[in-house]
Ligand binder design. Structure first.
Ligand code: SAH
Length: 345
């Protein structure tokens, strides 16, 4: 069956025309799906009963089920564990900032990129999410909390550019004026650096922010932390970033997770400064969240501040990621993992 929530307005119009329905019905249905975030065809009260019944026969309507919801007592961050129609579980996070609410969504069940410090990748990739499963994380959070969603970061479990078509479809639907109308500028896609897809994304005519998980200023250290670095060297990845910036005018956000004794020394900071000076990007320093299966430790406060200061001497705009929801397994893939482990008993 066709997944109706993953269709664009034009595709939905074509489907309805094939059913012999009037064009305006497609508009009504689209609004139910993407503005009112309907959970069932029965909610679509302005459609004739017969039409609702034939929609049920023809289409599936992807809806996620919240199986767990945790609220941080430190900062109000909410973490959700959702069950997908096939029984897999994923996690999503709602973060409240002074400038608005942001949702962090997953793009895959698991991941196959193998970054050493990341919990999402420990069991490998199960599958990519559909566009509707990505949208539904936002819709369910809105329905459950009643909160607005101003921005979306695709920084949960999975490598979004390893699920390219579904990702781009998701972005077009999420930014559609007749749907949630989230601004392009409010969407950030984070990648470990899949170079061909970065060039492709630059050509989509979207003005979203691209974040690159850099985590090292030399190839050797990057290869230690991220297997993908064996495939694409730093010079190739940074050239793709430069091309993205030239083509879209959107500055790259470089993510750098600080791992004690591995990539957090003043020497590494200077090398990073050399590498990024003049590129016009922004660096986001993330104190690594230790994952119990791995032995990486986070850098101390002093090292982090010293690292930032060195980058700033190179004229690089640097922020330290404010940690949200530390008390609720805030980091990528950790909640899903603890949930799966608890089922194993
Ligand atoms: N696959 C994408 C998005 C996933 S995660 C990517 O690689 O960018 C979002 C960010 O969190 C990435 O920069 C990732 O490297 C980082 N990350 C993952 N696990 C982490 C951990 N335990 N501590 C700190 N940062 C982590």
């Amino acid at each position: 069956m066709t997944d109706i929530r993953a269709l664009t307005k034009e595709e939905l119009e074509a489907e309805l025309a094939a059913m012999g329905e009037k064009r305006f019905r497609a508009g009504q249905i689209y609004q139910w799906l993407h503005r009112h975030m309907a959970d069932s065809f029965d909610e679509m009260s302005n459609l004739p009963l017969a039409l609702r019944e034939s929609l049920k026969e023809r289409f599936s309507l992807t809806t996620l089920q919240a199986v767990k919801e945790l609220t941080s007592r430190l900062d109000g961050t909410k973490k959700f564990l959702f069950r997908l129609p096939d029984g897999n579980v994923i996690e999503s996070v709602l973060m409240k900032y002074r400038h608005g609410n942001s949702v962090c969504i997953s793009s895959q069940v698991g991941c196959r990129m193998g970054c050493r410090f990341c919990a999402s990748t420990l069991d490998g990739l199960v599958r990519g999410l559909t566009a509707s499963e990505m949208l539904e994380q936002i819709y369910q959070i809105r329905r459950i909390t009643g909160e607005r969603v101003d921005s979306v970061v695709v920084m949960g479990s999975g490598e979004p550019l390893d699920n390219y078509d579904a990702l781009v479809r998701f972005i077009r639907l999420a930014t559609d004026k007749e749907g949630q109308n989230i601004s392009n500028r409010g969407i950030t896609v984070s990648t470990c650096g899949l170079v061909p897809q970065m060039y492709r994304l630059a050509g989509e005519g979207l003005s979203i922010t691209l974040a690159l998980s850099l985590h090292a200023s030399d190839d050797e250290t990057r290869r230690e932390l991220m297997p993908i670095a064996n495939k694409y060297g730093l010079s190739e990845v940074l050239a793709a970033c430069d091309a993205y910036f030239r083509k879209t005018g959107r500055r790259i956000s470089y993510e750098y997770s600080l791992v004690r004794g591995v990539n957090d020394t003043p020497e590494k900071a200077r090398a990073l400064g050399e590498l990024l000076a003049g590129r016009g990007g922004h660096v986001n320093l993330i104190p690594v969240n230790p994952v119990k299966e791995r032995s990486f430790a986070r850098s101390g406060r002093e090292e982090i501040l010293a690292f930032k200061e060195i980058l700033e001497r190179y004229g690089i705009n640097t922020t330290i990621r404010r940690e949200m929801g530390r008390d609720i397994d805030g980091a990528c893939g950790q909640l899903r993992r603890s949930y799966l482990e608890s089922l194993e008993f």
